[in-house]
Design a protein around this ligand. Structure first.
Ligand code: UDX
Length: 439
């Protein structure tokens, strides 16, 4: 919404939320999320044509176009628990729109949703007594965290799906006009509404599948002395495959991938497509396996006991350039290490507050240190969880001196100079590559 306000001064954008504390932060100098470049855009537009408040009723009445961006987490109860999307916030919003709208509105689905949600939305909205017509369009968001501003400013594509009725097509065109203020027309694509809803789930499933594919091969590389970076390069240079998104890792995290794949799996099962469901579920299973494997590798390397060993986690966010830790593989790995009775020192430039919340109540010794070099002091091992750029440039000679010996590095993101670390004295365990050990 900030980007729309920034690029389209002729529109007035109002963001409403039921959480007053969050709105207060959006109105302060301390925005509730860390996202490079976002502060500047909000500062440039807030109070001019971008407003944040909690008066939902007024905003729903006044707006002509309503973007619904409420969360749709995985259901934790009842039918479809652990798989299906929990649509309660979505439904509450639909009811509120019906109650307060007062006139025709275009309703834009921004949240990622199961296919056919627009139908449910339409049914709720059209069961009003005053005969108001609503057009529901689907406009999924493809931005990635950490690069959100760049992704919004220069998107690969904008997708808008609608009903093929005259008023559905008109609503779609209204949305095209908004994006056309800065996105080249050929990158604004339109489709039927169900294709649009499904495309978002499938896009995320394909991206996650690439990571699980490369991660599964990283396991095989470790058994065969092949090098995953070399394999990924050779495979990715085939232009049909492409070289992006092929970095082996401790597993994908983030609020979208797992949730959306499980959602897709649930949808396939619902339609009796068991084989298709199993196929996509495999992507999540490999991701879980990769996290388990990482901890087992650490355990094996450190002589099968981690009890009272001090381990420093470099990074806790699910990826670099964000403070977000939702579904971060670091959470799972931290929990498993604590179960092994290891002592943890956690460092991250943006995610320490979230890490504290995630690990609250866990048994075991955990400390949080902002400076990575200080965090590693007195530790037996460093495990890289997040590919923050700062970890590449640290003084590893000094870090090595300050650690217990033998000192280990487990590079869960393959971002460090492994040969150099080995020369310094570390025992180095990259991912999907031969180990470099001094024993
Ligand atoms: C993702 C999609 O990219 C985006 O289009 C969608 O709108 C939301 O979900 P996001 O979750 O923000 O975005 O981050 P993304 O960059 O996709 O990374 C997801 C996870 O995969 C991270 O944990 C990341 O570290 C991991 N990853 C990514 C890898 O392990 N290897 C890679 O090569 C790329």
């Amino acid at each position: 919404m900030a980007m729309i306000a920034y690029k389209c001064p002729q529109y007035k954008v109002t963001v409403v939320d039921i959480n007053p504390a969050r709105i207060e932060r959006w109105n302060s100098d301390d925005l509730p999320i860390y996202e490079p470049g976002l502060d500047e855009i909000v500062k440039a537009t807030r109070g001019k044509n971008l407003f944040f408040n909690t008066d939902i009723e007024k905003a729903l009445k006044e707006a002509e176009i309503i973007f619904v961006s409420v969360n749709t987490p995985t259901k934790t109860f009842g039918a479809g628990a652990g798989m299906a999307a929990d649509l309660q916030y979505w439904e509450k919003t639909a009811l509120q729109i019906r109650q307060y709208a007062g006139s025709h509105k275009i309703i834009v689905e921004k949240s990622t949703l199961p296919v056919k949600t627009a139908l449910a939305m339409e049914r709720i909205l059209t069961s009003n007594e005053n005969g108001i017509h609503f057009d529901v369009v689907s406009n999924p968001e493809f931005l990635a965290e950490g690069t959100a501003v760049k992704d919004l400013e220069d998107p690969d594509r904008v997708l808008i799906g609608s009903r093929q009725t005259p008023s559905g097509l008109k609503a779609r065109q209204e949305l095209v006009e908004i994006y056309a203020n800065w996105v080249p027309r050929e990158r604004i694509i339109t489709s039927n509404i169900w294709s649009s809803e499904l495309s978002k789930l499938v896009a995320n499933a394909f991206l996650a599948q690439r990571i699980s594919s490369i991660n599964s091969i990283s396991a095989l590389c470790e058994c065969t002395d092949a090098d995953i970076t070399e394999v990924a390069r050779a495979v990715g240079l085939d232009s049909r495959v492409g070289d992006k998104f092929l970095n082996a890792s401790i597993g994908f995290g983030g609020s979208c991938f797992k949730k959306d794949i499980l959602n897709l799996v649930y949808l396939c099962r619902h339609y009796g497509l068991e084989q298709v469901a199993d196929y996509w579920e495999g992507v999540v299973k490999i991701n879980d396996f990769q996290k388990v494997r990482f901890v087992l590798n650490m355990l094996g390397a450190m002589f099968n006991t981690l009890a009272e060993r001090r381990i420093c986690l470099f990074g806790f966010a699910f990826k670099a350039n964000t403070g977000d830790t939702r579904e971060s593989p670091a959470i799972f790995i931290a929990e498993r290490l604590l179960e092994e009775k290891a002592e943890l020192v956690i460092t991250d430039p943006e995610a320490l507050n979230n890490a504290k919340i995630d690990l609250d109540g866990m048994n075991g010794k955990i400390s949080y240190v902002e400076d990575p070099s200080k965090a590693a002091e007195g530790c037996d091992a460093i495990a890289v969880m997040t590919e923050w750029e700062i970890y590449r440039g640290l003084n590893y000679e000094e870090i090595y001196k300050s650690m217990c010996k033998p000192a280990f590095i487990f590079d869960g993101r393959n971002i460090l100079d492994h040969n150099r670390l080995f020369e310094i004295g570390f025992n180095v365990f990259p991912l999907g590559k031969p180990h470099l050990t001094h024993f």
